[in-house]
Design a protein around this ligand. Structure first.
Ligand code: PLP
Length: 838
């Protein structure tokens, strides 16, 4: 754990020796919280209550909670240092941690006391929580997974540092204007961030460009060293991550890029003032903005710089810590278990080699042993377009020494391949770290695989497909390196914080609240699944949650939803493979049925969509427009709007997700089988008692296994059938011409009904479906619509629907991120808890 170098961190709080209940500064009593709140409002915000803004009140509350984390954090740091505890270093370009105030109060166990304290001070507690702006430092599932893992690591008392980038602008804010997505810059830091602590003394230089030199060291040995032509500094910003109900506090350390001070000064002396300013801007650009794509774009130089920047800072920090404790790096791999969250941090392999060899003079073999034993790699995707590669010439220009090292790794690796697959040059070409076809490129997934001692996929199906598709050769070579760790999500945020009504009911029903840390104990709910009284309360809670959401959506969109209708929700990034368009086609089919037969027997539904599209993803943005366009027509058609509503929730985020999951009746998990690695939204919905309509994809497979096939609405082709059908030559035109319903729906879109007569607006989408349909929407359409009819019937029987919902929650325990982290600890990291007493 970190050894704070500045003295403020090692000073004991002045009143440390007094009995706990008297320790006003960090006490947990109502009185202590009130006093601290008033002090913080006055001394930090500089406000009297009479003139305090909403933000002032929020900041005072946040600092009050933060002070209580800090005390525990320092105790954790001291203990981990004394025991030289093995530590997880979770490297991720994204951490989508969500709002912190409510979660930290829960983990400290002060939610009720704080509410009471606030009530007495005449504070609107819920408004304070609502005021917080979340750090949107991620795109979606991958970044949120890192955040759920941080929560579980702290709760399970595993010493951990999460390393990433402190983007000044996170994921854009999404607005919907005239049905289109409009992106607005995310200025999340403008009011200050009370959860982070800048560590100006924890700063590391990071080089770029330049050349490699040969030189003779003082022992007369020939060595190589990198002479970069640009150096920027990475400054640490720390956010404490508290475990639930434990004394452990871990660290999320994010790096901000800055120009070294000497920079401007030198330029100033030689009179190049504007040059100095330019250099400063260039350095600060590195951590300026998160790339808003959930897959890599075309070799963007700045993105490569970001990746190297945070990886280099993080490794230098780990080395500093290990040298401070052990005095040598020989046991580095016993101190740190480095987890690479996708390939974004895979440069860690080359940079750790460089640091050990060039800076600490280790021989290649030892450096390689340490590097490989330290690193572990999680793969998140099978989509070929999402596998990262970098053009060699760009890479060489920015990181010449690293390219040399990668060539060295590759040469040794390919020799191993040649021997293992005796004289099989096809394998050599396919497995090489360098793709030689059409412009040489560096394959980051291969680098990560070669440099790691464990490689894992994120759901059973995905891990199996990995072994037979993108990583097949590697699995043939090193089968023992491959693992599956099915993803999970934290029940603290996604049940307890998001859904207090359900939380109270569960605790009351099963008679304890241990389920919050032992989610498998929810099985006890199975005994009550048939209990009519419970079913009724269960439904009342769902309806109350739906009413809350409906009120909020009403304010946001101006459109109301009937809480008695079936809330059918699809919330996730907008992407063709996730098939929001399949959902829309179904909605249009219902609309058509109602128009043709106003008495058609259709269960009233509210369709709710949420999700951002990458700004450059034309078809995804057009899908958003189509959803809104269909909504505009249906919501204003008095003939059907008593039955159907279509709402688009703008700006889907962790915070907005927490409004959505508790209010869903039906969770749409309808990706083309074989495309969604795991999904985690599926787990959040199910934890809140939504039933899933889904394909056999990602973790859906395991969710269905757990909750029972009878309690899951399954449809569509299997991954195997998808492969067969594609191999046989898939022809969507035949489906368009052969199924009159498909044809009529697509023709209806094409007719201009949803676009004020414009017949061209949606043509890129309809043409794509008819002529290409790469995600086989039309092939699964019939099965989907039929399955939705089963859903319609099921919802009309509240008793059996609620029974299914209760069983979903009772059997969802496997999908706690606590389970996932325990598996990483045992199978991948070989690490044990280091409890900090409360
Ligand atoms: C959980 C979550 C996701 C992931 O959703 P999937 O359905 O698994 O794609 C994306 N964005 C946010 C804000 C989330 O909380």
């Amino acid at each position: 754990m970190t050894t704070p170098t500045d003295t403020t961190c090692t000073i004991k709080p002045a009143d440390d020796n007094r009995p706990k209940h008297e320790r006003i500064r960090t006490g947990l009593s109502k009185h202590a919280l009130q006093k601290a709140f008033n002090d913080n409002l006055f001394y930090i915000q500089g406000r009297f209550r009479e003139v305090a803004t909403r933000n002032d009140l929020y900041m005072a509350a946040a600092f009050t909670v933060r002070d209580r984390l800090l005390e525990r954090w320092l105790k954790s740091a001291r203990t981990f240092k004394e025991h030289n505890s093995r530590t997880v270093a979770y490297l991720s370009a994204e951490f989508l941690i969500g709002p912190q105030l409510a979660n930290n109060m829960l983990n400290l166990g002060i939610t009720d006391t704080a509410r009471a304290a606030g009530d007495e001070l005449n504070l609107d507690f819920d408004e304070l929580i609502e005021t917080e702006e979340e750090p949107g430092l991620g795109n979606g599932g991958l970044g949120r997974l890192a955040a759920c893992f941080m929560d579980s690591l702290a709760t399970l008392q595993i010493p951990t540092i999460g390393y990433g980038i402190r983007y000044e602008f996170g994921i854009f804010d999404q607005m919907i204007v005239d049905g289109w997505q409009v992106e607005k810059g995310d200025t999340w830091l403008r009011n200050g961030n009370p959860w982070e602590i800048p560590r100006p003394k924890i700063v590391f230089p990071v080089g770029f460009g330049g050349r490699v030199e040969q030189y003779r060291d003082d022992h007369g040995e020939m060595r190589r060293r990198w002479v970069p032509d640009l150096v920027v500094n990475g400054v640490a910003y720390d956010t404490p991550i508290m475990g639930y109900g434990v004394g452990n506090v871990n660290l999320l350390r994010l790096w901000k890029s800055e120009a070294p001070e000497s920079f401007d000064f030198q330029a100033f002396n030689v009179g190049n003032y504007y040059g100095a300013v330019h250099a400063k801007i260039e350095a600060e650009t590195i951590s300026k903005v998160l790339y808003p794509n959930d897959e890599p774009g075309v070799g963007k130089e700045l993105r490569l710089k970001q990746q190297f920047f945070f990886v280099s800072c993080s490794l230098q920090d780990m080395i500093r810590l290990q040298l401070g404790i052990a005095g040598s790096l020989d046991q580095f791999h016993e101190k740190f278990a480095i987890q690479l969250n996708d390939t974004h941090p895979s440069l860690a392999i080359a940079e750790l080699m460089r640091l050990l060899m060039d800076e600490y003079r280790m021989p290649w073999e030892q450096a390689w042993h340490i590097t490989q034993q330290s690193c572990h790699f999680t793969n998140h995707t099978l989509l070929p377009e999402a596998l990262e590669t970098w053009p060699i010439d760009l890479f060489e220009r920015l990181l010449p020494r690293h390219l040399e090292i990668i060539y060295g790794i590759n040469q040794r690796f390919l020799d191993e391949v040649r021997i293992h697959f005796f004289a099989d040059e096809t394998r050599v070409r396919c497995m090489s770290l360098i793709d030689e076809d059409g412009g040489r490129r560096l394959r980051m997934a291969h680098l990560a695989a070669v440099g790691s001692c464990a490689i894992n996929g994120v759901a059973e199906l995905h891990s199996n497909l990995l072994k037979t598709t993108v990583m097949r050769d590697f699995n043939d070579l090193w089968p023992e390196r491959f693992h599956n760790i099915t993803n999970g999500v934290t029940p603290r945020r996604f049940m307890v914080v998001a859904n207090p009504r359900l939380t109270r009911l569960i605790t009351k029903t099963i008679g304890h609240d241990r389920w919050i840390r032992e989610l498998e104990t929810l099985r006890a709910l199975e005994d009550y699944a048939d209990d009519a009284a419970l079913q009724e309360v269960w439904r009342d809670i769902k309806t109350a949650n739906k009413r809350d959401l409906s009120n909020w959506l009403g304010q946001q969109t101006g459109c109301l939803a009937d809480p008695e209708s079936l809330f059918d929700v699809q919330a996730k990034r907008i992407h063709e493979y996730k098939r929001q368009h399949l959902n829309i086609l179904h909605i249009i089919s219902l609309y058509q049925r109602l128009k043709n037969d106003p008495h058609a027997d259709i269960t009233p539904r509210t369709f709710i969509f949420g999700g951002k599209a990458a700004p450059g993803y034309f078809l995804a943005k057009l899908m958003i427009k189509l959803i809104n366009a269909v909504g505009e027509v249906i919501n204003h058609d008095p003939q059907v709007n008593g039955h159907l509503r279509v709402l688009f929730m703008p700006d889907f985020s962790v915070k907005n997700g927490q409004r959505l999951y508790p209010a869903a009746d039906l969770s749409e998990q309808i990706s083309l089988a074989g495309k969604e690695a795991s999904g985690t939204g599926n787990m959040k919905f199910s934890m809140n008692g939504a039933l899933t309509i889904g394909t056999l994809d990602g973790a859906n497979v395991e969710i269905r296994e757990e909750v029972g096939a009878d309690n899951f609405f399954l449809f569509g082709m299997t991954a195997e059938e998808v492969q067969q059908r594609q191999a046989a030559g898939y022809d969507p035109r035949a489906l368009y011409n052969g199924d009159i319903e498909i044809k009529s729906i697509i023709d209806l879109i094409h007719s201009g009904l949803f676009s004020h007569g414009d017949t061209e607006l949606f043509q890129p989408l309809t043409d794509n479906l008819i002529y290409h349909d790469p995600f086989m929407v039309l092939a699964d359409f019939r099965a989907y619509v039929d399955c939705q009819k089963t859903v319609d019937q099921a919802f009309r029987n509240p008793a059996s629907w609620n029974r299914m919902a209760i069983l979903n929650v009772a059997r969802i325990g496997k999908f706690s991120s606590d389970r996932a982290i325990k598996e990483y600890c045992e199978r991948i990291w070989n690490i044990a808890p280091a409890p900090i007493p409360l």
